[in-house]
Design a protein around this ligand. Structure first.
Ligand code: FAD
Length: 276
């Protein structure tokens, strides 16, 4: 059970920021609660002042704006998985949802919560990196845009400043011939991945992100160059050389490194199949 703490429901973003400023460092934004409440129950986080942002209108939903999709931070995993705009213009996210946890968690968890939480084994952060999204944040100093390449700083640590809220993200719309795939291995359906990767092939080249292979999801730039040159064997070697996965009770680092290469070959063969 969680330790005693406070709770307040924010009616809009300025109200949430006011509550955060008044909380003297104890404030935590509560979105879907699927990671935060679990952490509180395990006493990994104590004495929190929960600032419930889950009912702020205007922070959820998907819209098309020129060559970008705008996704609100409070859009739930289940909505991401069924949204037709996302399916047409950012199918990587649609695929990713099928790997995230179970229906009950997908019904509550939000894409903004998953990105702000920055679990190194989570799917959405790696998708965001492969797609090259821009994150939108709002804090006491106003609004700002953060390129995803600078957002994930360490395990459970992002570029969001103290008390700053993620309000949404802009995802580049897929080009007509673009192909996007996610591959992962988990012990059981719905478990966090032992290792996974997202591969996007655009006219300008490949983007490959790896997750559950280090403290943050990372772009495997050496492997991307080899894929651009059409050399899959070299890409697999480069990928295995540029990651340094941890060993834990689930898998050894060397097994994760091996898996990454296997997953890359699977992803490439899916992309090639799509071309045929
Ligand atoms: P919350 O739990 O409400 O918040 C998480 C953190 O983010 C908190 O620190 C909170 O203050 C902060 N936060 C939330 N929203 C914002 C915001 N808008 N701005 C700033 N900070 C914010 N995830 C996966 O990716 N893959 C899995 O396989 C997976 N399996 C799971 C299995 C189980 C059993 C459980 C319980 C969870 C699992 N999850 C998995 C996590 C799930 O996807 C969470 O929903 C998600 O990581 C967090 O989203 P949330 O909306 O619930 O955030």
């Amino acid at each position: 059970k969680a330790s005693a703490g406070g709770y307040a429901r924010a009616k809009d973003v300025p109200h949430a920021l006011e509550l955060m400023a008044a909380s003297e460092g104890a404030g935590r934004f509560l979105a879907g609660g699927q990671s935060l409440v679990a952490a509180m129950n395990m006493r990994l986080s104590e004495g929190d002042m929960l600032i419930d942002i889950s009912r702020i209108s205007g922070l959820s939903g998907v819209s098309l704006s020129g060559d970008h999709l705008r996704i609100g931070a409070l859009t739930r995993h289940v909505e991401v998985g069924s949204d037709p705009l996302i399916r047409d213009h950012a199918p990587l996210l649609t695929q990713a949802v099928t790997h995230i946890a179970h229906a009950a968690i997908r019904n509550r968890g939000t894409i903004g919560g998953a990105l702000a939480h920055a679990d190194p084994a989570a799917e959405f952060p790696a998708c965001a990196l492969a797609l090259g999204v821009t994150l939108h944040a709002q804090g006491d100093n106003g609004t700002r845009d953060i390129p995803v390449e600078t957002f994930f700083e360490d395990v459970f640590t992002t570029a969001l400043e103290e008390g700053e809220m993620l309000t949404g993200l802009s995802v580049p719309v897929a080009e007509p011939d673009e192909v996007q795939v996610i591959e992962e291995v988990a012990r059981r359906s719905g478990d966090y991945a032992l290792t996974g990767l997202c591969l996007v092939r655009r006219a300008s080249g490949h983007r490959l992100s790896v997750f559950s292979a280090g403290p943050v999801p990372m772009l495997a730039t050496g492997a991307m160059q080899a894929l651009d040159a059409g050399d899959v064997d070299a890409a697999v070697d480069a990928l295995r050389a540029e990651i340094d996965p941890p060993s834990d009770t689930q898998a050894s680092g060397s097994y994760r490194r091996h898996l990454a290469g296997v997953l890359l070959r699977r992803a490439v063969s899916r992309i090639e199949g799509d071309r045929a």
